[in-house]
Design a protein around this ligand. Structure first.
Ligand code: NAD
Ligand code: DAU
Length: 336
């Protein structure tokens, strides 16, 4: 199988590429990525990985909005998996146009290419398309309405709607997955868990938006990659699969666990300005992927996962140092 991976240099895309190399040696991959600030430090090159796997993985530096480029790449691959996006909520509040342009027009470009060449597409989406869930409400299901809150989630919701329309109107062979919050190595330091780990490594304190009562369902990025392969292998065309692990934690709980790992006092927290339009909670009903596709996340202890993530960030400072400076400058400007 020849697989085209858009956004394959980002956090989840690069995990998927590495994961695929280990578990599917027969698959050859092309990464298409424009290397925005989010593809920090050439993820795939860290520890000599790309050099060691260059016979099976090639990298094209290019933009998903470049229709000619995308068309020519899709033509010579069997399956496209579409991760490329602007992905950070706080950034979308500062610069919404870039999010609409990349996430909507970029997805349109991918859809037009798979339509022209009759290729299979898997599109990556997010639980944020459903918007806000109160702390005691049942999880989002397939029939929950799309009610995105931020420019980021609205642009992802728009992209999903385009995929659905291309399946229905043009018979494009596509599936969609909606996943919860990922954690793992190579996540950009602007995101919640890496930001707090790198603050603690520097001897500073974690920064909590608002009261810290907001809840996210944390999934290991390896589990996301395994779910994606299950959908590529056995997913039903036109279906949207909800991918989560029922590992719901408030932001305060996550920070409390990190403080314990570092042996720091429980009160070492700074409460900062809340995010505008901050969604209280996300949670997903995963019965379709659990029951129909038989997928399950690997058994894990979240606490032990955080411990190994702390070690990973401590060992890879060269990878995140420069991005950390830029990211913290932006957070200072935003009052976060
Ligand atoms: P990321 O920001 O780490 O990576 C995005 C990648 O896309 C980067 O490598 C970037 O260079 C690339 N990219 C951006 N604009 C591009 C363009 N115009 N052309 C080509 N490449 C471009 O994001 P991530 O966290 O790895 O998320 C990947 C996907 O998964 C996104 O679609 C996101 O919406 C979705 N998602 C993320 C999470 C999460 O917790 N991080 C959860 C659910 C879904
Ligand atoms: O739910 C899936 C989504 O998860 C993905 O679609 C997004 O691409 C991804 O960025 C993530 O979005 P969130 O907004 O949930 O993630 P973030 O890491 O930005 O924040 C997680 C929670 O932590 C959120 O409630 C905001 C809060 N937060 C974040 C930062 C950076 C803090 O309290 N302090 C912080 O310093």
């Amino acid at each position: 199988m020849r697989l085209l991976v858009t956004g394959g240099a980002g956090f989840i895309g690069s995990n998927f590429v590495r994961w695929t190399r280990e578990s599917r040696p027969e698959v050859s991959m092309t990464v298409l990525d424009s290397f925005t600030y989010a593809a920090q430090g050439m993820n795939l090159e860290v520890d000599g990985w790309l050099a060691a796997n260059g016979d099976h993985v090639s990298v094209v530096v290019g933009d998903i909005r470049d229709r000619t480029l995308v068309d020519s790449l899709v033509a010579v691959h069997d399956v496209v998996i579409h991760f490329a996006a602007e992905s950070h909520n706080d950034a979308s509040l500062e610069n919404p146009s870039e999010f609409v342009d990349t996430n909507v027009n970029g997805t349109l470009s991918v859809l037009e290419a798979v339509r022209a060449h009759g290729k299979r597409l898997h599109h990556i989406s997010t639980d944020e398309v459903f918007g806000d869930l109160s702390l005691d409400a049942p999880a989002f299901t397939h029939s929950s309405p799309y009610r995105p809150s931020s420019p980021y989630s609205a642009s992802k919701a728009s992209a999903d709607l385009l995929v659905g329309a291309w399946v229905r109107s043009f018979g494009v062979r596509a599936t969609v997955s909606i996943c919860s919050n990922n954690y793992g190595p190579f996540q950009h330091v602007e995101k919640f868990i890496p930001r707090q780990i790198t603050e603690l490594l520097a001897g500073r304190v974690p920064r909590i938006y608002g009261t810290g009562a907001n809840v996210r369902d944390w999934i290991a990025v390896d589990d996301h990659s395994s779910a994606l392969w299950r959908i590529i292998d056995a997913g039903q065309i036109g279906r949207t699969y909800l991918v989560g692990t029922h590992n719901e934690r408030s932001n305060l709980e996550v920070v409390a666990a990190l403080l314990e790992v570092f042996g720091r006092p429980a009160g070492d927290i700074e409460f900062v300005r809340d995010r505008t339009g901050h969604d209280v909670r996300y949670a997903l009903d995963t019965s379709l992927i659990f029951d129909d596709l038989g997928w399950r996340p690997a058994p894990r202890s979240f606490r032990r996962e955080l411990e190994s993530l702390v070690s990973w960030y401590a060992d890879h400072e060269a990878w995140w140092r420069e991005a950390k400076t830029t990211s913290e400058e932006r957070y200072r400007r935003l009052g976060h």
